[in-house]
Design a protein around this ligand. Structure first.
Ligand code: SAM
Length: 239
């Protein structure tokens, strides 16, 4: 992945952060706008997720599964995990490693779940919707995040979908995006989580903002017919 690294793009710590967010949240449909060093990290996370999902599915119901059983719930494993990565880039930025990303992904065996839309993010949301429907996780690394939020908001899964956006805290247009996001809270019934991760202490670093839509989110624990797995002793169910 190193050949894709461009120091000015300031994603050396962001790329592993995105990898671990995807490993943690296990999204099915991931969208990236602004390709380069980060792209193989996203694809690798989805590949590793699929391997983990399949290994866990094999374990279910076996004695070895007891260690994970409290958090695992069988209905999740009834649905297939077929992750997809959609990447949008207009490929016109001469400083960007975006045009080389696909070749590196092919060399790493990561290209098969990835679809590239070459063009401007503006006007491309229909293609994304057609390809994957709702997006569970998105990474936006362009100066056009406001255009993204306006056009793609309804594509971000309202049941826990997250998008991460670069630079919002350190350029005027980014602050406009943050204000716009705050204005969406009413439409989301207040169920919108925003976390700003600023990196003032690192040379060449910037900020990453995490935005999570929870308007239609239902905690899987509340769907368990047998009760809450955070209470393996059953103490809370007594009486
Ligand atoms: C900051 S670079 C991406 C860096 C990359 N994530 C990395 O880690 O190396 C921004 C990329 O977004 C693309 N881009 C910028 N504005 C865009 C837009 N409106 N639509 C599509 N692509 C855009 C550029 O072509 C460029 O490749």
């Amino acid at each position: 992945m190193k050949p894709l690294q461009v120091p000015e793009m300031a994603t050396d710590s962001t790329a592993p952060l995105l990898y671990w967010l995807i490993r943690t949240l296990r999204p099915q449909h991931v969208l990236e706008v602004g390709m380069g060093y980060t792209t193989p990290f996203l694809a690798k996370a989805l590949k590793d997720n699929k391997e983990a999902y399949e290994a866990e599915r094999e374990l279910l119901g076996t004695p070895e599964s007891h260690a994970v059983q409290p958090m695992a719930h069988a209905p999740y494993y009834n649905a297939p995990y077929e992750p997809r990565l959609i990447c949008i880039d207009r490929m016109t930025d001469t400083a960007s490693s975006a045009p080389r990303a696909l070749k590196v992904m092919e060399e790493l065996g990561l290209a098969d779940t990835c679809q590239i839309i070459e063009g401007d993010l503006r006007g491309s949301s229909g293609k994304v919707r057609k390809a994957v429907g709702l997006v569970d996780f998105a990474w936006i690394d362009t100066w056009d995040t406001l255009a993204f939020v306006r056009e793609y908001w309804d594509l971000i899964n309202p049941a826990g979908g997250m998008f991460a956006a670069h630079y919002l805290m350190t350029y005027p247009e980014g602050r406009a995006v943050l204000r716009y996001l705050e204005s969406l809270r009413g439409r989301e019934n207040g169920r919108l989580e925003i976390t700003n991760l600023r990196e003032p202490h690192r040379y060449g670093q910037n900020s990453t903002t995490l935005i999570r839509r929870t308007r239609d989110y239902v905690d899987p624990e509340d769907l368990r017919p047998e009760g809450n797995s955070n209470d393996p002793t059953g103490v809370l169910n007594v009486g």
